[in-house]
Design a protein around this ligand. Structure first.
Ligand SMILES: [Zn+2]
Length: 512
């Protein structure tokens, strides 16, 4: 009895505080089942009670999991048993310990005492009826969940989009694309780190860019396929039309492609996947660089400054007129530890890593200026670190690709003899919702115009219908924004659950 009182109080409490979305009808059924008394004179009453309670516990656990925003049990299990995907045990311990916080105790201790006392009084028989009324109220006030297609024409429209680079004989710009893991507006807000001064040095800022995923591999493949519109994640891991590969398109107009990582690229088959699904070249070998961090899986991480200088040296030895670099950095990834200060709490670690990455980029920009080579630098956040948790998803968990995780900065800056003295001023803001395709579109315009000074920077106007509000996705589910709000759907189910409006972040960035 006491167990069920605690169980249903928790369900109602979590539902009210939007931790779960309680299913009124199934809870009513469970309530009737567990509180319905077994007649005294029934044959083998004791055995039947044991069977009934065991069944109730199983049903209760399955129902609670279903009502939460947790991933399917099998997904979690596969993640934990796969040695390639599994994070280190130290990281897991640290994660679980950080999630056990004072709020849980504040709720749990009085609930247990209260339920214990009540289950020993004559009022206990009214509890079944009390919870039945609660679930009837929940049933009548239940938040919207919808079935059906919320994508509309999204994927159809996206499938028609393609950017083709046109060769310009005057174009001699190198292209440097810096894809930074765990780099989102919401994270900067969470650690209260103001990057306005840094971003103001850029020529273009995309303030409402959607990385469309909350994990690294799909993010980098999406970037490497940015010459086509947004596809489903399943299609990312299959051959695409030749025109969809960014580096192939740039090869076609005379670019020599490079890739470089500041990590070993082993986790989750990163290296193989960017080559196989993104048609990227084998990353440069920078394993001789000084190790400064280890990642959550123990992988080596090198400084961004050393890595980018390493590329710049290789570039200088390359006689090609135009090169394109796709660089991937995991400096900010959750669970990274500095060799010299390994015991920082997650927010301190993030703040320090953010400070370091910005200073490394600034230092790289100084070297780029010294090289005097025309270069287009594009910074793109791979996805956020999800530093700030919400009622439906704890901090640092990225299973549900919420806007706070996938809305990341994109900043573009031109370097070269006629651009190097022009730091500061007003960046051109692209405030409408965009994704990777917009980067390819702008890149194509810059190559086509091949500006010789800042005054010739192409303006950028996207037709509003060309970009949807928001569709993000990971392996198990989708998040879509419609006029009714944000919805989440696990791929194996047909029902879209509304995401509580309280968890949608306010303004995501400094520029709006
Ligand atoms: Zn990442």
């Amino acid at each position: 009895m006491m167990f069920w009182i605690i169980y249903f109080i928790t369900v109602v409490y979590w539902h009210v505080f939007e931790v779960i979305s309680a299913h009124a009808f199934l809870n009513l059924f469970l309530c009737l089942f567990v509180f319905f008394p077994i007649p005294e004179n029934i044959y083998k009453k004791h055995l039947i009670t044991i069977i009934k309670n065991s069944l109730g516990v199983i049903l209760g656990a399955v129902l609670l999991w279903h009502e939460s925003y947790l991933p399917p049990v099998l997904t979690l299990w596969n993640f934990l048993i796969d040695p390639e995907l599994r994070p280190s045990s130290t990281f897991l311990w640290r994660f679980f310990l950080s999630e056990i916080n004072i709020k849980i105790f504040i709720f749990a201790v009085p609930t247990i005492i209260f339920s214990y006392i009540l289950s020993r009084t004559k009022f206990k028989k009214y509890f079944g009826a009390f919870f039945l009324i609660c679930f009837l109220i929940i049933g009548f006030t239940e938040k919207t969940s919808v079935t059906g297609d919320l994508f509309g024409n999204f994927y159809e429209n996206e499938s028609k989009k393609v950017v083709k680079f046109i060769d310009n004989p005057n174009n001699d710009f190198d292209i440097v694309i810096l894809q930074l893991c765990s780099f989102a507006w919401a994270d900067f807000n969470e650690v209260d780190y103001n990057l306005r001064q840094f971003f103001n040095k850029f020529d273009y800022i995309f303030t409402d860019f959607n990385s469309a995923t909350s994990y690294s591999n799909p993010a980098v493949i999406r970037l490497l396929r940015s010459t086509c519109g947004q596809s489903t994640e399943t299609k990312l891991f299959a051959e695409a039309n030749k025109s969809c590969y960014l580096l192939e398109g740039l090869r076609g107009v005379g670019y020599t492609p490079y890739t470089l990582l500041n990590h070993d690229g082993i986790y989750a088959g990163f290296n193989q996947e960017i080559i196989k699904y993104g048609k990227a070249p084998q990353p440069l070998n920078n394993s001789e660089l000084k190790l400064i961090q280890t990642n959550f899986d123990g992988a080596p991480t090198y400084s961004d400054k050393d890595s980018l200088l390493f590329w710049l040296d290789s570039r200088k030895k390359d006689p090609s007129l135009k090169t394109v670099l796709v660089y991937n950095s995991t400096t900010l990834h959750t669970g990274s530890r500095y060799i010299e200060s390994p015991y920082l709490a997650s927010h301190e670690q993030y703040s320090l890593a953010l400070k370091n990455i910005i200073s490394d980029l600034d230092s790289f920009f100084v070297d780029l200026k010294k090289s005097n080579k025309n270069t287009i630098v594009i910074i793109v956040g791979e996805h956020g670190a999800a530093l700030k948790g919400s009622t439906i998803q704890p901090g640092t968990v990225r299973e549900i690709p919420l806007p706070s995780i996938t809305k990341t900065p994109v900043a573009i800056k031109l370097f070269g003899p006629n651009f190097n003295n022009e730091d500061g001023g007003e960046p051109i803001l692209v405030n409408q919702p965009t994704s990777y395709f917009a980067i390819a579109e702008l890149l194509e315009k810059i190559i086509e115009v091949s500006p010789t000074d800042k005054a010739q920077l192409p303006s950028i106007e996207f037709s509003p219908e060309a970009y949807p509000e928001f569709v993000s996705e990971n392996e198990t589910g989708f998040v879509v924004k419609t006029k009714l709000g944000l919805f989440y759907r696990l791929k194996k189910y047909k029902t879209w659950d509304i995401i509580p409006s309280s968890i949608e972040p306010r303004s995501q960035n400094y520029f709006k």
